[in-house]
Write a protein that binds this ligand. Structure first.
Ligand SMILES: [Zn+2]
Ligand SMILES: [Zn+2]
Length: 268
């Protein structure tokens, strides 16, 4: 019997491919093997967002190489310094939107966890990319780390934009507010952590028709692989956790999240 189809809405295959010297070794750097394990686990579609213009060629090449892989282009909030001396970066993003396998703008957003040096630039890039998403009617993949209020305020400045809150880290109330702004809620491996009670509540209360699943691999491995390199096959564990929390079947969660992801990325 073949595995039930699932959709990893956010994974960094380009990062995984660079893990040649990872001490764990178990993930392997061979993208073909990573994809083989993903497909065996039921992962039929994957979106690989970019973090900086220098990675666009790798991300696009990955999407061209594997039928199941789609790409997104943008600048990650912790990488905004890369575009300080590149006035053409936004035009470069916009030009790539015409590529048949680019299905979203991402990832962008605000990250207040690591470094606050470029907060103003983070905000300017984020807003420009939200406006680009609205202009092209493409979903925007939002990274929000310890920045819920500002993320919501900037999204509110761009009415009509739509997208995805990737690796959701808020509570049920914040999820509701983001859904009201037309943003899907994507759950990642941190949902499986024992102490993530706010997330458990959000994954229980968020309407199934607004939920996606992702790995954010190679980061954020779900239990029992916490701390080890992650890969798309493990999105299965996120689906399992949601099913357990809601008291519904794996199949129901898999079907709903796959349908939602296909819908938001225009792949129905
Ligand atoms: Zn992110
Ligand atoms: Zn990411």
């Amino acid at each position: 019997m073949s595995a039930i189809p699932i959709f990893d809405s956010h994974c960094h295959l380009d990062y995984i491919a660079r893990q040649t010297d990872h001490p764990e070794g178990e993930t392997g750097s061979d993208s073909a093997q990573v994809m083989e394990r993903a497909i065996a686990a039921g992962v039929q579609l994957l979106v690989n967002p970019s973090v900086t213009p220098a990675r666009f060629p790798e991300v696009i090449a990955m999407a061209e190489r594997f039928e199941q892989v789609y790409a997104a282009v943008a600048v990650h909030p912790t990488d905004v310094a890369d575009v300080i001396d590149q006035p053409g970066w936004l035009a470069e993003v916009e030009a790539l939107l015409a590529h048949p396998k680019v299905v979203a703008i991402g990832e962008t957003g605000l990250d207040y966890h690591w470094d606050l040096t470029h907060v103003d630039l983070q905000k300017r890039c984020f807003k420009a990319l939200l406006e680009l998403g609205r202009k092209h009617d493409l979903p925007v993949i939002v990274h929000d780390r310890e920045a819920h209020e500002d993320v919501m305020a900037i999204i509110a400045e761009v009415p009509g934009v739509r997208g995805i809150m990737h690796c959701f880290s808020g509570d049920a109330a914040f999820a509701r507010q983001m859904i009201a702004h037309n943003f899907y809620i994507s759950f990642a491996g941190n949902l499986t952590f024992k102490k993530a009670t706010n997330l458990h509540e959000a994954a229980t209360e968020t309407p199934l028709e607004w939920m996606l699943v992702e790995t954010d691999s190679p980061f954020l491995s779900p239990m029992p692989f916490r701390g080890k390199p992650n890969e798309p096959a493990r999105v299965k564990l996120v689906v399992e956790k949601i099913a357990e929390l809601r008291g519904i079947s794996y199949q129901e969660v898999a079907e709903a999240t796959t349908y939602n992801a296909r819908k938001v990325f225009g792949l129905l």
